[in-house]
Ligand binder design. Structure first.
Ligand code: HEC
Length: 146
């Protein structure tokens, strides 16, 4: 029994190691946060564009989650960190004040969007949604490489 336990523990070691690498990687952190934001943002976009039926509660939940996630977006950028898998433009670290201002603009827009929900009509959400999308674009245009 003891031998089996030790064998199992040893088998888990490489996994534990890979895990440690990811929890030390700011690029993995920021990409994870933004992938979640992108997920919720495109669900709302489908409703604003009329590609999905409008569901007031679902929209409100997506908006709430984007707002909550917006609290995490600066953490992965604290130190200059680049690799081939990153889509960040490294000049963001030379323009940190501007980058952080764009993040603040995004947070405020996301908060206003969440504040506007739930709404009876998706038309009422169009403007705050577009304002939030503009805040994404204004940062991506400068600091995100496609
Ligand atoms: C202040 C800057 C900034 C704002 C605001 C911002 N992003 Fe990003 N975003 C980035 C950067 C930089 C990356 C690249 C991270 C990396 O790969 O290292 C990124 C990555 C992403 C990714 C991951 C996939 C990819 O293409 O790299 C998605 C999805 C994304 N952003 C969507 C959004 C959406 C949606 C919004 C607004 C709701 C938004 N972003 C707002 C800077 C920003």
């Amino acid at each position: 029994m003891k031998r089996l336990m030790i064998a199992m523990l040893l088998a888990m070691l490489p996994l534990a190691h890979a895990h440690t690498d990811k929890t030390d990687d700011p690029i993995a952190y920021r990409q994870a946060v933004f992938n979640l934001i992108g997920w919720h943002f495109s669900r709302m976009g489908d409703m604003v564009k009329g590609e999905q039926a409008y569901d007031a509660e679902a929209f409100a939940e997506h908006a709430r989650k984007v707002q909550a996630l917006s609290e995490f977006t600066l953490t992965g950028f604290e130190t200059r960190s680049m690799s081939r898998k990153s889509n960040a433009n490294p000049k963001l670290w030379d323009n940190k004040a501007d980058f952080e201002q764009k993040m603040t603009d995004f947070r405020e827009a996301a908060a206003a969007l969440a504040e506007a929900t739930p709404a009876d009509d998706v038309a009422a959400l169009r403007d705050p949604f577009i304002a939030t999308a503009d805040s994404c674009k204004s940062c991506h245009d400068r600091y995100h490489e496609d």
